[in-house]
Design a protein around this ligand. Structure first.
Ligand SMILES: [Zn+2]
Ligand SMILES: [Zn+2]
Length: 476
């Protein structure tokens, strides 16, 4: 039925109601357009955008072409909730974090219906109480809620450390089935649980890697990862929050998932203020063996936006980012009086995107967070790349590609430049007018701007004709 009055959200909701499983995105857009025709140039784009930002809590993406209504995906999903001492002694099942993301957003807890293993309704009521928690900014009182289950707990002889296996029978209506699993029974299936946890964590991490941004909403990542599991409705691994808390690759505040080396602006400010430290991820400070210190790292260093300008540089494992900065500044003839910074570039999954992990910076006096960071501690293997930025004002970016790691040669001083691009010389215009051919080593910025073309001169002519002019050295 075509209806001009219906909104885009209304049309999406109508189509969603008719679905009972996965559907291709194209088919979904088509159904929405049947209800709400559009004359836009690219009508599916606006539907897609609306769904990504306004509907992610009701629709999960199985892959880039398929979506599934959350109520279908979550029907029958199982998860495990470890019971704390407090819960067992008071006969309570705390709602947070147990049901986080396992119920529709803002679902009223008072309407949750708990069922026993046979599907009979469990008599319960919602109890709330205040709890004091410690935060970095002092202690604060928070409101907590839990389902009163003391009779059922007693019947099942529930003990601290036991688990509840939870099945979402009906996600939309908040129908949840509980089974008691004694700690010992769960212990016996540890290998199976570990495998499931790993599979889940890998799906979440792949989702994070595939994002344009370096974060993803838990509300998007967790359901999608659940849907991607080889057996989403099988024996449950641990709760998603526990799995993410233990994964060294990621961290989550419950709302967003980010790479583990990410720091919030608040964390950075607090840490810098109290510890006067820059937020650089800790590089493992293992003492380097003599061999590791001696090893020679051969890098090809190129300007990012002028790749034909490159230098091949050798530096030893025991040398630091100060040494590296120094030879790079000389090799590319940069002014010495600026900061230099190093980042490790890590490819994100199979994408063409990289993320940069700060390794440290170096000031002109040889200080800075990178002062004591050795080349060996960067943990590089051939093919890895670093980003080197010189002068945080002009932001001159270089890509440093590690080519090989070899043993040092006798009687050689490292670091050293062993090769560079074949220079394409340009010649001094003043000398040319006088009938001489001299390589230009300077560009007069002032004259170039005035004449609207590059004014290139040799050093002699620079002093003779452009003495007070602002000029830049030419690098070949
Ligand atoms: Zn000249
Ligand atoms: Zn000039």
């Amino acid at each position: 039925m075509v209806n001009d009055q219906v909104t885009l959200d209304g049309a999406i909701a109508q189509v969603l109601d008719t679905l009972d499983g996965p559907i291709s995105m194209q088919e979904f857009y088509q159904k929405v357009l049947e209800i709400r025709p559009s004359h836009a140039k690219n009508p599916t784009a606006s539907i897609r955008d609306r769904m990504r930002y306004g509907w992610y809590h009701k629709i999960a993406e199985l892959d880039s072409d398929t979506l599934i209504p959350m109520r279908c995906l979550m029907r029958g999903i199982r998860f495990a909730v470890p019971l704390s001492r407090k819960e067992v002694s008071q006969g309570l099942l705390l709602t947070y974090p147990a049901f986080e993301l396992y119920l529709p957003r803002e679902f009223p807890l008072s309407e949750v219906k708990l069922l026993d293993e046979r599907g009979n309704t469990l008599p319960t009521r919602l109890k709330s109480f205040k709890e004091t928690v410690e935060t970095p900014l002092g202690s604060t009182e928070i409101k907590r809620e839990g389902f009163e289950l003391s009779t059922w707990f007693k019947q099942h002889k529930v003990k601290r450390g036991d688990y509840l296996l939870v099945t979402t029978e009906n996600w939309e209506r908040g129908h949840i089935r509980l089974e008691h699993e004694p700690a010992k029974a769960r212990q016996r299936r540890q290998a199976e649980i570990a495998a499931r946890n790993q599979e889940f964590a890998d799906h979440v991490f792949d989702l994070l890697e595939s994002q344009r941004e370096e974060d993803i909403l838990t509300g998007k990542a967790v359901p999608t990862a659940l849907a991607q599991m080889s057996d989403p409705y099988g024996y449950p691994g641990d709760h998603w929050m526990q799995i993410l808390a233990k994964d060294p690759r990621m961290r989550s505040d419950g709302w967003m998932i980010r790479y583990s080396d990410w720091r919030s602006p608040l964390e950075s400010i607090l840490l810098e203020r109290f510890f006067e430290e820059e937020m650089v991820p800790e590089v493992e400070e293992l003492p380097l063996s003599e061999e590791a210190q001696q090893q020679v790292y051969r890098f090809k260093a190129a300007l990012k936006y002028h790749k034909s300008l490159w230098r091949r540089i050798e530096i030893q494992g025991g040398q630091t980012l100060v040494d590296f900065n120094h030879i790079l500044v000389n090799a590319f003839r940069h002014d010495w009086d600026h900061m230099g910074g190093f980042w490790k570039r890590v490819r994100r999954g199979n994408t063409k995107r990289y993320r940069d992990i700060e390794m440290g910076d170096v000031d002109p006096m040889g200080g800075g967070s990178g002062a004591d960071v050795t080349i060996a501690s960067l943990d590089l293997t051939p093919g890895d790349t670093l980003k080197f930025v010189f002068d945080f004002g002009d932001w001159i970016e270089h890509i440093l590609t590690l080519e090989t790691i070899t043993v040092p040669e006798d009687n050689v001083q490292y670091p050293r430049v062993i090769a560079q691009n074949r220079p394409r010389y340009r010649y001094c215009q003043s000398c040319k007018e006088a009938g001489r051919k001299t390589i230009a080593t300077w560009i007069c910025i002032e004259c170039s701007n005035r004449e609207g073309q590059d004014v290139l001169v040799c050093e002699d002519c620079l002093y003779k004709h452009h003495e007070d002019h602002y000029a830049d050295e030419i690098v070949y």
